[in-house]
Ligand binder design. Structure first.
Ligand code: GDD
Length: 395
């Protein structure tokens, strides 16, 4: 593929945050002339390089009661060499949607001779393994893994680790275009190939997010992303003294990390997860607050933001859902020790203006799951490995 070279990288302590890089062309051919690195601001990422990273990557698909056709389409778009890991919180019982997902997945895997794992978020064996590993924060009062997309992501991460993967990417199950999914994962691989540090992250920015209202309208920005990005940028500016617009992917559901980075970050519950990843990176490696990870600090953290060619069309879940997402996203910034009084007041005013909070209310505290490095992932892995085949769709 051809992608813009990282034109400008902002530094915040040891965090290297690259400005958005656009995908110029999805394919660059086997024989095409190679422009020298960075010539005309465009880089060719070799197919071989993309495959190298895909082979080392697990793609975690969190799913909860999505249309089966959408789920199937998403799986069909994941590059063949990636390990697909589905963590489902779909309905069981009379209409067993989880079973339908498993059947669809196993059919696709049989046809294409590929590997995949699928687990239900409420499987007691997963909760037991999490408890044994000291990951109690993932458990609800019923002793099972709590509901939530973020909780599914953490279980997916643990399974990716158990499967020995070095990179992990996330893709939502409600995407209408399998071709977009293929592109997301190729973009993850492209980003990882540009990283200088073993601690790297790639976040996807959509070219357009179409809305169907009368006709099809190709919208650039969602309300939630626009607001989250603004306050994440303000958080950086308030510490550096220089205004910035570098963050454009605060809510990126589609994103990927090297396992080394994924293991040292805490995860916020529900939809706060993506902005919290950036907030935690700024807190731990921004050079303002003391860090416990001096070794990581030395190597730095690379964050890439890649803009797709494909538009993103997914299921719309309504206004209330968006307000809740905005509240959770801004809570991560509001409750950060990096957030000064002035920024806090600005966030409160924004949430009141957008009718998400009432006068006198405060954003709820963020519920965090500790970094996986702190829990005994080995225990989780050995517990899960005992019957790993149970999760393997091809048994
Ligand atoms: N396993 C599991 N458990 N999956 C879940 C759960 C859950 O409790 N809740 C939601 N999911 C799955 C959905 O089925 C979907 O595949 C994915 O997680 C995203 O959830 P949505 O509820 O569809 O979120 P969204 O589309 O509104 O928002 C997405 O994009 C935002 C950025 O625009 C999410 O990825 C957000 O996290 C992201 O910030």
């Amino acid at each position: 593929m051809f992608i813009e070279s990282p034109r400008y990288t902002e530094r915040f302590g040891s965090v290297r945050l690259s400005h958005v890089q656009r995908v110029i062309a999805l394919d660059s051919g086997l024989k095409s002339e190679l422009p020298p690195y960075g010539a005309m601001g465009v880089i060719k990422i070799e197919e071989e390089t993309i495959k190298h990273f895909e082979d080392r990557m697990a793609v975690v698909i969190p799913v909860k009661d999505e249309k089966l056709k959408l789920f199937e389409g998403v799986v069909s778009g994941v590059p063949h060499d990636c390990l697909v890991i589905v963590i489902s919180n779909s309905q069981r019982g009379k209409v067993d949607r989880f079973r339908m997902e498993g059947d669809a997945l196993s059919q696709l895997c049989r046809f294409t001779i590929r590997k995949a794992l699928i687990a239900h978020q409420k499987d007691p064996a997963i909760a037991e393994a999490a408890a044994e590993a000291g990951c109690d924060e993932l458990l609800g009062e019923d002793g099972l893994i709590r509901d939530g997309k973020s909780e599914a992501m953490v279980v997916g991460l643990l399974m990716a680790k158990a499967a020995g993967k070095e990179y992990v990417g996330f893709v939502d199950a409600d995407n209408y275009f399998p071709g977009a999914v293929l592109e997301y994962v190729r973009n993850y691989a492209a980003g990882f190939s540009l990283a200088q540090s073993p601690y790297s992250m790639v976040r996807i920015l959509w070219h357009y997010k179409p809305k169907i209202s009368g006709g099809l309208y190709f919208r650039r920005w969602g309300r939630v992303s626009e607001t989250t990005n603004k306050y994440l940028n303000d958080l950086i500016s308030s510490k550096t003294g220089f205004e910035t617009e570098v963050v454009r992917t605060g809510n990126a559901g589609e994103h990927a990390m090297s396992m080394k980075l994924a293991e040292i970050l805490p995860y916020a519950s529900g939809y706060a997860v993506e902005p919290q990843e950036l907030v935690s990176i700024f807190e731990n490696f921004g050079g303002i607050l003391p860090t416990k990870n001096l070794k990581v600090m030395e190597q730095g953290i690379d964050v890439f933001q890649i803009e797709t060619r494909n538009p993103h069309l997914h299921e719309e879940k309504g206004e209330e859902h968006l307000s809740n997402m905005l509240l959770l996203a801004l809570s991560t910034i509001y409750h950060s020790p990096l957030c000064g009084e002035e920024s806090k007041q600005a966030i409160l005013a924004e949430l009141i203006k957008q009718e998400v909070l009432k006068e006198g209310e405060e954003p709820p505290p963020v519920r965090l799951v500790s970094p996986l490095k702190k829990v005994s992932t080995d225990k989780f892995i050995s517990h899960i490995r005992e019957d790993f085949d149970k999760y393997n769709v091809l048994g």
